[in-house]
Design a protein. Structure first.
Length: 229
């Protein structure tokens, strides 16, 4: 096997990993990522198809893998996948670029074996989680996992919340994003106050994820900051 063959084999494996990580990818996106021509990507996709990889082409949109096709044996449930996103956000704040690169590549491989429905939720959570630079501060919470589930599954959540005066109110909220500053903060639409509010997770005395689903809020975390700050 010559050097060109080795490079192509590595690229084919990397393309397969990318297709398992993302729901939909265009030839242009793949060409840019691997610094090759679109024609080369067409040939690579055809080679994968000939090797038995079930690649579907959505006209005008791009390539996707047949649902259910993934590389065994690693499997994660939703809560485990969500925990990886928190770890990923912590690593991304690290100043060591080699660590960031290696971890991102590892997370890409992990995402590749997730089922599509969990993968979509993990990607949403990644977009709705933000860390500041204060990594050494202690953050106390026993509700983060449940709130991640509620956020990615658009489930109304009932909380008993204590304010600065220790007054407790019961509220139904629609979780939107998770922030880590001096403590864990939840951004959620509060049905009691009829507006978005911040909630400190260490002040949530009781939490129940309800069966009721809410309509997803059609904005990114960045758009939220631009609109309300």
């Amino acid at each position: 096997m010559n050097d060109n063959d080795t490079k192509r084999l590595s690229r084919l494996i990397a393309i397969l990993t990318q297709l398992q990580t993302k729901r939909l990818l265009t030839a242009t996106q793949l060409a840019e990522k691997f610094s090759v021509s679109i024609r080369t990507i067409y040939r690579d996709i055809r080679a994968l198809e000939e090797a038995g990889v079930p690649i579907l082409t959505e006209e005008g949109k791009g390539y996707t893998l047949m649902d259910g096709y993934r590389i065994p044996p690693v499997m994660f449930n939703e809560a485990q996948a969500n925990a990886l996103i928190i770890a990923e956000q912590l690593v991304l704040k690290n100043k060591d670029t080699s660590l960031i690169k290696d971890y991102k590549e590892a997370v890409d491989k992990i995402k590749a074996v997730l089922k599509y429905n969990i993968k979509d939720k993990v990607n949403l959570l990644s977009e709705r989680t933000h860390f500041d630079e204060s990594l050494n501060r202690e953050r106390n919470s026993s509700n983060l996992s449940d709130l991640q589930f509620a956020l990615t599954n658009f489930r109304v959540t009932k909380i008993e919340y204590s304010n600065e005066q220790d007054k407790i109110t019961t509220r139904d909220i629609e979780p939107f994003a998770v922030l880590s500053t001096e403590n864990w903060l939840l951004i959620a639409y509060c049905r009691l106050r009829k507006e978005f509010r911040y909630f400190r997770l260490d002040r949530i005395r009781k939490l129940e994820v309800l069966l009721e689903e809410f309509q997803p809020h059609k904005m990114t975390l960045q758009q939220y900051f631009e609109k309300f700050h």
